[in-house]
Design a protein around this ligand. Structure first.
Ligand SMILES: Cc1cc2nc3c(=O)[nH]c(=O)nc-3n(C[C@H](O)[C@H](O)[C@H](O)COP(=O)(O)OP(=O)(O)OC[C@H]3O[C@@H](n4cnc5c(N)ncnc54)[C@H](O)[C@@H]3O)c2cc1C
Length: 242
C-alpha cells in the first residue's frame, strides 16, 4: 500500500457547530406568545431573573415545545459504530452522511486511547467499566491496527481490480471513521444527551457507550455556549428532556 493509503488511527472524535439559530431568547419568545402575543419580542430582555424563572418553570413542568424553536447543525466525524447508535435518534433530528457508494472511503480508524476503560465488570444493566492493564491496551491496539490494515488492503485490491466502491466497502469494519451533518433543536438534543451522557445530575441514569458519550459531551459544550440558561435548567431538573 502506498504511503498516502496508509491507515491513520484516532482515539478522539470531531464535533463542530457549523450553523445555529439557537438562543435562550427563542425559548422565551415561543413560551410568551401564549400569554403576551407578538409583544413578547419587544420585552424579552427586560427582566433576566424572570426569563431564567420562566425557562426553569418550562423545564420543571416539561412544557417541551418552546424548546423546539431553534436549530443547530453539527459536523461530526466519528466511527461508524457511533453513527449506528446516533441514527437511532429519530425525533427532531436530520442527518446527512458521507457516502461509501459515491466516494472512496478514507483509511481513518478508531483505536481506544489509554484513558478508555477497557474492561467490563458486572451484568448488563448493572455493570461498570474499569481500567485495562497495559497488556490489554497493547493487545487491543495491535489487534485493531492489524485488522484495519488488512481490511483496507482488501478494499484497495478490489477497487484496483475495478470492483465498485459499494461492493468493496463490505470488508471495512465499524471502526472506520465516517462524517455527517446532524441538525437538531434543543429539545431533541436534550433527549439525546439524557441517554448518551452519564452525569451525576441525572435523575434517570444512563449507561452510554463511551465513544458516543465523547460526541455528546462536545455537543453539550457547544450548545451550552448558545443557550446557557436552558442548559442550566436541564441540569437543575435532573437532565430529563422536557
Ligand atoms: C444505553 C443504551 C443502550 C441501548 N441498547 C440498545 C440495544 O441493545 N438494542 C437496540 O436496538 N437499541 C438500543 N438502544 C437504542 C434505544 O433503544 C433507542 O433507539 C435510542 O436510545 C433512541 O431513543 P428514542 O427512541 O427515545 O429517541 P427518538 O427516536 O429520538 O425518539 C424520541 C422520543 O419520541 C417518541 N417516539 C419516537 N418514535 C416513536 C414511535 N415510533 N412510537 C412512539 N413514540 C415514539 C418517544 O417518546 C421517544 O422517546 C440503546 C440506547 C441506550 C441509550
Amino acid at each position: 500500500m502506498s504511503d498516502d493509503l496508509a491507515p491513520t488511527f484516532r482515539s478522539d472524535v470531531t464535533v463542530e457547530l457549523v450553523r445555529s439559530a439557537a438562543t435562550d431568547t427563542d425559548v422565551l419568545w415561543a413560551a410568551r406568545v401564549s400569554t403576551k402575543g407578538e409583544q413578547s419580542l419587544e420585552t424579552i430582555g427586560e427582566d433576566p431573573e424572570k426569563s431564567k424563572g420562566l425557562i426553569n418553570f418550562l423545564m420543571r413542568d416539561r412544557h417541551g415545545t418552546p424548546f423546539e424553536h431553534n436549530s443547530m447543525t453539527f459536523f461530526i466525524s466519528a466511527p461508524i459504530f457511533v453513527f449506528r447508535e446516533f441514527h437511532r435518534h429519530r425525533s427532531g433530528w436530520s442527518y446527512n452522511e458521507e457516502s461509501g457508494r459515491y466516494r472512496e472511503l478514507q483509511p481513518v480508524f478508531y483505536v481506544p486511547g489509554p484513558e478508555r476503560r477497557l474492561v467490563q465488570q458486572g451484568k448488563p444493566g448493572r455493570y461498570e467499566f474499569v481500567e485495562g492493564t497495559a497488556e490489554q491496551h497493547k493487545v487491543t491496539t495491535e489487534a485493531m491496527e492489524e485488522s484495519y490494515r488488512s481490511s483496507y488492503r482488501a478494499y484497495q485490491e478490489m477497487l484496483a481490480a475495478g470492483v465498485a466502491r459499494e461492493v468493496a466497502r463490505a470488508v471495512l469494519p465499524v471502526g472506520l471513521f465516517s462524517s455527517m451533518y446532524a441538525t437538531c433543536n434543543a429539545r431533541s438534543l436534550m433527549h439525546f444527551l439524557s441517554l448518551r451522557t452519564k452525569n451525576e445530575h441525572a435523575t434517570v441514569p444512563s449507561f452510554p457507550q463511551r465513544e458516543i458519550e465523547m460526541v455528546a459531551e462536545q455537543m453539550e459544550e457547544l450548545w451550552g455556549q448558545l443557550m446557557p440558561l436552558t442548559r442550566a435548567a436541564f441540569d437543575a431538573h435532573g437532565r430529563v428532556a422536557p
